[in-house]
Design a protein around this ligand. Structure first.
Ligand code: HEC
Length: 244
C-alpha cells in the first residue's frame, strides 16, 4: 500500500514540478503584458503610438504560413541576451555581420535584445529552439529584393550551393510562359530552371510569406516606462552594440 502511495506521490511531483515551472510560472509572469503607449515626450522618437506595433493583413497571413510550414523548426526569432551568455550581440561586434545587417541607407540595424512584449501581437511566438538556419528576428534589415527572397524559398541552392534549407516548391506555381503574372517569374537558371517554355511564379501564399519576412524588424523603440532607465525611449537596451 505504502508503495502505491509513494508511487502516486512521486508521479505527481514528476509531472507537477515541470508543469509548475514551465507552464504556470511563465503564464503568471507574462499574462498581464500589454501594448504600452509611448509617453508624450517620446512621441517624436516613436514610429507608432504604442509598443509593440502590430502587423496586419498580408503580414499576418504570412505569419500564419510561417507557422504552418514549420520554418520555426530551423529558424529562431530571438536575440539572446549577453547577460545570459548569449553571444548574438557580441558576435555582431566581432564580425559586423550576424544580426547586425545594414538597412536602406547602409546604416547598421539598431539591434537590441528582445523583450517579452516584442511577441505580444503574434498569435504564435516563433522564438524557436534550434538554429539550423540563421536567426530571422531582424531579417527585414537585410533589405533583399522580393525576387531574391522568393528564389531562396523556392530553391535555396540556386543562390547558395551549400544550403541545407528545403525548397518550398508548394508555395510556387509552374505555368506556361506568358499566361499571366509573368512579370513575377523567378530568374532561375540551369538545373534550377523549369522546362523550356515554362516559368515559376509565386502564389499569393508565397507573396504573403515574403511580406512577413520583410516586416521582421524587432527594433521598435522601447518606451521609457518599460526600459526603466529614466532616459528617452531607447532602440537599444543595456546590451546595445556600440555603433560605429
Ligand atoms: C531544415 C531547416 C530549415 C527549414 C525548415 C527552413 N529553413 Fe530557412 N534556412 C535554413 C538554412 C540552413 C539557411 C542558411 C543557408 C541558406 O541561406 O540557404 C536558411 C536560410 C534562410 C533565409 C535566408 C537568411 C539569410 O540570412 O540570408 C531565409 C529568409 C529563410 N531561411 C527563410 C525560411 C522560411 C520562410 C522557412 C519556412 C517556409 C524556412 N526558412 C525553413 C534552414 C531551414
Amino acid at each position: 500500500m505504502t508503495q502505491i502511495r509513494s508511487f502516486i506521490i512521486l508521479l505527481a511531483i514528476t509531472f507537477g514540478l515541470p508543469w509548475f515551472a514551465l507552464i504556470l510560472m511563465p503564464h503568471m509572469s507574462f499574462k498581464d503584458l500589454a501594448a504600452t503607449p509611448y509617453s508624450e515626450d517620446e512621441l517624436e522618437l516613436a514610429d507608432g503610438s504604442s509598443y509593440p506595433p502590430g502587423g496586419a493583413g498580408r503580414v499576418a497571413n504570412g505569419h500564419a504560413i510561417y507557422t504552418a510550414e514549420g520554418c520555426a523548426y530551423c529558424h529562431t526569432q530571438m536575440v539572446r541576451p549577453s547577460d545570459q551568455l548569449g553571444t548574438d550581440l557580441w558576435r555582431d561586434e566581432w564580425n559586423g555581420r550576424g544580426l547586425d545587417w545594414e538597412g536602406d541607407e547602409g546604416k547598421p540595424a539598431p539591434i537590441r535584445t528582445l523583450r517579452p512584449e516584442d511577441y505580444l501581437e503574434e498569435t504564435v511566438a516563433h522564438l524557436g529552439i534550434q538554429r539550423t538556419g540563421p536567426d530571422l528576428s531582424n531579417f527585414g534589415w537585410r533589405n533583399l529584393s522580393e525576387t531574391q527572397i522568393h528564389q531562396s524559398l523556392y530553391s535555396p541552392r540556386s543562390l547558395n550551393g551549400r544550403s541545407n534549407m528545403p525548397g518550398y516548391k508548394n508555395l510556387y506555381r509552374v505555368q506556361r510562359k506568358g499566361s499571366g503574372a509573368g512579370s513575377k517569374a523567378l530568374p532561375l537558371e540551369g538545373e534550377f530552371a523549369p522546362k523550356e517554355g515554362y516559368e515559376v511564379v509565386p502564389t499569393p501564399r508565397a507573396d504573403a510569406l515574403v511580406s512577413y519576412l520583410k516586416s521582421l524588424r524587432k527594433d521598435h523603440l522601447v518606451p521609457k516606462s518599460l526600459s526603466g532607465k529614466g532616459t528617452a525611449a531607447t532602440a537599444a537596451g543595456d546590451d546595445a552594440v556600440p555603433q560605429s
